[in-house]
Design a protein around this ligand. Structure first.
Ligand SMILES: CCCCCC/C=C/CC(=O)SCCNC(=O)CCNC(=O)[C@H](O)C(C)(C)COP(=O)(O)OP(=O)(O)OC[C@H]1O[C@@H](n2cnc3c(N)ncnc32)[C@H](O)[C@@H]1OP(=O)(O)O
Length: 727
């Protein structure tokens, strides 16, 4: 709802719809009603619009999208026009954030004043839509076309001070000031001054003459940065109309653009992503604990064991979260190198104004270098980040268990290894868990937390809380080889080399993936992270080319199909970007260049095995790359390793750069339709049989299709649970 009050001659309309003052239908009804009351009251000379609680309105109510209530009048644009039309000065008093429809309301007001700490922006593009309440037409009239294109096509939130420097905010109220009181005084001081030029629909776009040039510039940038997404492009086209058409016609262009985008699968995927991102914090470890009941332990200090690339990034994340951070290396040279890197990184962040001088000083003084496990006996949480080797990890956990106080939680940053086996090296398995960070750990937003069979509710709650404190998208999953992310990814890489064997070169496969929306294809990613990583894993499994006894067929490992092309590459020293050659060659930059040498390796291999390369469609490449991953996702859900499909999707968006506008592997399957996905998986399974188990259809996927067709993604788990409880 909204509340109406009076301070002498100034009417105050305050949106009151916790937690974020979203502009739900009931709020919109109140706003129009109270504007009419204020307009009609001859004792009112000015009107202040504000938000109660945490913030000014942060936009339309996203929960109403794709429901009929979103279109029910009054709409936000009706309110914008009522604010603008008012004969009395209207002033938006912004604290917290004024975003989306909230900022559009403020743009309807004649004046805007804001707390210096507040943020403003039109982030609709991140929901796959555009500012649909006049924002595309009104923002360029205030801050110019160039800035408006930047603001709207990327959807960033901007400090109010930046808004003030562009003329969007008329007055800034310093930290600690009273925004409402300032707005009342400001509104009163504007009474009697002409409103004509304060009504944005009357104003023209300042840099309209540069429209074509600006359009070309922004279309190019957007194409590079938001590959394949529709919304940024439609946003730009609609903003362009503000320079070319009347306000009224521009609004019509905005309406049409909004209808197109709202109907797109992209906006549905982005809105799903918005809520999924928030859902993952409502974690559940079935039968053990959930977010609502489990209480985290207070963690004041964290020790990071191992200062390689991962350990350094984890230590920086810990320092950023304000923790006293013990950094541990038994070798004094490695310790010094790690500490030097961390200290240097903090200084760089300070230089780039990413952190203040005080924060940098606090972080520097919170680093405690240690060269023996005894030195971390009293820490609250240890995160081990050493070599990916079970024997070494078990040894370390055994030692940590002996020296650390009984309440210390011991976590491993393993990316694949069995957490229960690591826990078995301790006498405190209830205090052991996995915290799988993604490289570089201080940059990547994903944290995949793993609970073991014996992890306690408090341990799980604590690692989830630490993820939140580190500002990570923290997803809780169960224990299995590779957990969720890497277990699924394994089949993506497996299938990719089968495609090379049969039909395509690396650049062809990668192009299909980048056209789909990935920033990089699978082979470019391999080169970037190092092809030796996969080779080490295959060596651990004893399946590389070199490890086979003489006479082993090159393309078989037992009954399983195998393709050794990745082995050949590594054995020829093509480790990836770091050595200037891998699946591609690199000539002094990170740009991958298709390499005739690689083609030769593939061609010779094909000839040796009498494989005649066939034509392959982009559709087949995409299906073969993505469907095994999706199929494995269903197996993971079926086994309870992930509690919900959106957990998997967030892991893929934040850990593997899955394009947000398609939602993630599981949401993408829903968009395609589960029956269609299953059909393709079944065809491959029939053709490949037991030699390619990744094509064996998941029983959950099969059951859902046979019994419910393509149920809404929110219903997959409830339907399965109901089914299981009956059987
Ligand atoms: C036919 C339709 C015609 C429409 C015409 C007009 C079109 C207008 C377009 C829009 O306005 S679209 C909305 C634009 N605004 C946004 O995208 C902002 C979304 N919110 C945020 O980015 C963040 O919430 C925040 C404001 C930066 C605050 O972040 P914080 O981390 O502090 O809190 P959260 O955990 O994100 O949010 C708390 C709680 O509130 C829910 N919520 C937030 N914003 C909205 C919203 N706009 N609508 C509905 N619900 C919202 C969020 O889901 C959380 O809920 P939970 O249940 O506690 O998880």
């Amino acid at each position: 709802m909204a509340l109406y009050s009076r301070e002498d001659d100034v009417a105050i309309i305050a949106v009151n719809n916790p937690p974020m003052n979203a502009l739900s239908h009931h709020v919109r009804k109140d706003l129009i009603k109270f504007l009419k009351v204020a307009e009609a009251d001859e004792n009112v000379t000015a009107i202040v619009l504000c938000g109660d609680g945490r913030t000014f309105p942060v936009g339309a109510d996203i929960k109403e999208f794709h429901k009929s209530v979103s279109a029910l009048g009054p709409t936000i644009i009706d309110i914008v026009h009522a604010l603008e039309k008012s004969s009395k000065p209207t002033v938006a008093a912004i604290h917290g954030s004024a975003l989306g429809g909230g900022l559009e309301l403020a743009l309807g007001c004649h004046y805007r004043i804001a707390m210096s700490t507040s943020k403003v922006g039109l982030p609709e593009v991140k929901l796959g839509i555009l500012p649909g309440a006049g924002g595309t037409q009104r923002l360029p009239r205030v801050i110019g076309l160039d800035n408006a294109m930047k603001w709207i096509a990327y959807g960033h939130h901007h400090p109010a001070g930046v808004g003030a420097s562009l003329g969007l905010i008329d007055r800034i109220v310093a930290k600690g000031g009273d925004i409402r009181r300032s707005a009342i005084l400001f509104a009163r001081s504007m009474v009697g001054k002409g409103l004509g030029q304060r009504r944005l629909s009357n104003v023209s776009v300042p840099d309209a003459s540069k429209v074509e040039e600006l359009m070309a510039k922004h279309l190019k940038e957007v194409g590079l940065r938001t590959r394949g997404a529709l919304a940024p492009v439609v946003c730009l086209q609609v903003i362009k109309s503000s320079a070319l058409l009347s306000y009224k016609d521009g609004l019509e262009s905005e309406r049409q653009g909004m209808m197109t985008l709202l109907a797109s699968s992209e906006s549905k995927a982005q809105i799903y992503s918005f809520f999924s991102e928030r859902q993952v914090s409502k974690w559940n470890a079935p039968g053990i604990a959930n977010h609502a009941t489990a209480k985290p332990m207070q963690v004041r200090s964290i020790a990071v064991v191992g200062l390689g690339t991962m350990g350094r990034g984890i230590a920086i994340s810990s320092l950023k979260a304000g923790k006293k951070t013990y950094v541990v290396e038994l070798n004094s040279k490695a310790l010094a190198a790690g500490v030097k890197y961390i200290r240097g990184y903090i200084e760089t962040m300070k230089k780039r104004a990413q952190i203040s001088e005080e924060q940098a000083a606090a972080m520097q003084s919170a680093i405690i270098p240690v060269s023996s496990y005894n030195g971390i006996a009293n820490v609250d949480l240890v995160i081990e980040a050493v070599f990916e080797n079970m024997k070494i990890k078990k040894e370390i956990f055994g030692k940590l268990d002996k020296v650390c106080k009984p309440s210390t939680i011991l976590a491993s940053n393993t990316s694949t290894l069995d957490i229960d086996e690591i826990a078995s090296a301790t006498k405190r398995p209830e205090k052991v868990a996995g915290m799988h960070f993604f490289a570089p750990a201080h940059i990547m937003l994903l944290l995949e937390n793993i609970y073991g069979r014996k992890s306690s509710a408090e341990t799980i709650a604590t690692i989830m809380d630490i993820g939140k404190q580190m500002k990570k998208i923290t997803v809780l999953v169960g224990n299995c080889v590779g957990f969720v992310g890497n277990r699924m990814y394994g089949y993506y890489t497996t299938e990719s080399v089968f495609i090379l064997e049969e039909a395509a070169y690396p650049e062809q496969v990668d192009k299909v993936l980048t056209d789909y929306g990935f920033a990089m294809g699978r082979f470019q990613v391999g080169d970037l992270s190092g092809n030796d990583i996969g080779y080490k894993i295959r060596t651990g499994l004893g399946i590389t080319h070199k490890q086979q006894p003489a006479g082993t067929p090159e393309r078989k490992r037992g009954v399983l199909r195998y393709c050794p092309l990745g082995d050949f590459l590594v054995e020829k020293g093509r480790l990836g970007l770091k050595v200037g050659k891998g699946w591609y060659k690199y000539e002094g930059s990170r740009t991958p260049i298709p390499d005739p040498e690689v083609r030769k390796i593939i061609d010779e291999y094909r000839t040796r095995h009498h494989i005649v390369p066939r034509d392959i469609s982009s559709e087949e490449v995409l299906q073969r790359m993505l469907y095994p991953l999706i199929n494995e996702g269903f197996k993971i859900l079926e086994e309870g390793i992930a509690a919900n499909p959106w957990d998997i999707d967030m892991i893929y968006q934040y850990g593997y750069a899955w394009p947000r506008h398609t939602g993630g592997p599981m949401y993408y399957a829903f968009t395609i339709g589960l029956p269609q996905v299953l059909k393709v998986i079944e065809e491959h399974w029939k053709a490949a049989g037991a030699s390619e188990p990744h094509w064996q259809p998941s029983t959950m996927l099969t059951w859902l299709v046979e019994n419910h067709g393509n149920p809404d993604i929110s219903q997959w788990m409830p339907l399965m649970q109901k089914h299981k409880s009956k059987t």
